[in-house]
Design a protein around this ligand. Structure first.
Ligand code: F3S
Length: 279
């Protein structure tokens, strides 16, 4: 089968750094460290690091020894709790997530009602929202009813959202007539590059494959954007999820992958698909 790859795909620098940090810490400490939540939304990577001694814990109260903070970051209370427990903290929060946290803190200090456009349950959004009191999190037009009626509003966005979604929500907030709206662009360029490359490729192929964890927000978003482009799109974790009927009647397939999808998952998928006969 003719298989084309998006010109930007796979690991972003934040995820790469988190994995490198985890591997280095495991090596230095001879294994046995904990990660607060899964290090990235990718089962294969989590399993590989677990075999090397990176255990996942869900509660800072369970922490002992050395604890890794993943690229999504954590709120200040979690850092305080870990410090009180006397554990060693290895902070692999992505620099762009750190920036969003600082922006939220500053906006609140300057008297803005902070609004985060993002999925309230996403770990990055939860952590960013923890840096100011009474943050309102909105992700759909229906959520806007939660906003206060007046006052000055400061807006940031989940790093992995698309500029279209951010812009659309900002427009709706502005239309509510606040006397002052401060917008800080906290979108991640790595994600935007992958989105633009995926949409471009989706326009040239008969079918798109988007590789990445089902929990990965940026992978799901890539799949949504490709599907919106009108091409049949499959979001798979890897070659094990592939079925021949996905390429029935197709000759050209496109492949992209989320920011937490390792290279070997992409290479295995592309190699196998290239050997697969056209549908
Ligand atoms: Fe950071 Fe962007 Fe990756 S925010 S973790 S570089 S997707």
């Amino acid at each position: 089968m003719d298989v084309r790859l998006a010109r930007k795909l796979g690991f972003c620098f934040g995820v790469e750094r988190a994995i490198e940090t985890a591997s280095r810490s495991l090596e230095q400490r001879g294994g046995d460290i904990s990660s607060l939540g899964e290090i990235i939304h990718n089962r294969q990577v989590v399993e590989k690091l677990a075999a090397e001694g990176l255990h996942v814990i869900d509660d800072p109260d369970e922490a002992t020894g050395t604890v890794l903070i993943r690229s999504h970051g954590e709120g200040p209370e979690v850092f305080e709790k870990l410090a009180r427990r006397g554990v060693e903290i290895v902070d692999a929060t992505c620099v762009l997530v750190k920036r969003a946290q600082h922006v939220v803190e500053r906006l609140a200090r300057e008297g803005y009602q902070v609004v985060v456009i993002g999925q309230a349950e996403h770990p990055e959004v939860k952590a960013v929202s923890a840096y100011a009191p009474d943050v309102v999190c909105v992700d759909t037009p229906e959520d806007l009813d939660r906003l206060p009626a007046g006052g000055k509003v400061g807006i940031v966005c989940q790093t992995t959202h698309s500029p279209e979604h951010f812009g659309g929500m900002v427009g709706r907030i502005v239309a509510r007539g606040y006397p002052e709206v401060r917008i800080v662009n906290t979108l991640c360029q790595e994600v935007r590059d992958r989105q633009a490359a995926a949409v471009e490729l989706a326009g040239e192929v008969d079918v798109m494959f988007v590789l990445g964890g089902k929990q990965s927000a940026n992978t799901r978003q890539l799949a949504e954007l490709c599907a919106e482009r009108g091409v049949p799109t499959h979001h798979l974790e890897g070659w094990q999820d592939f079925a021949a009927e996905m390429v029935a009647g197709k000759t050209v397939a496109g492949v992209t992958a989320g920011a937490s999808t390792p290279k070997w998952v992409i290479e295995e998928f592309v190699g196998n698909l290239r050997r697969h006969p056209p549908g």
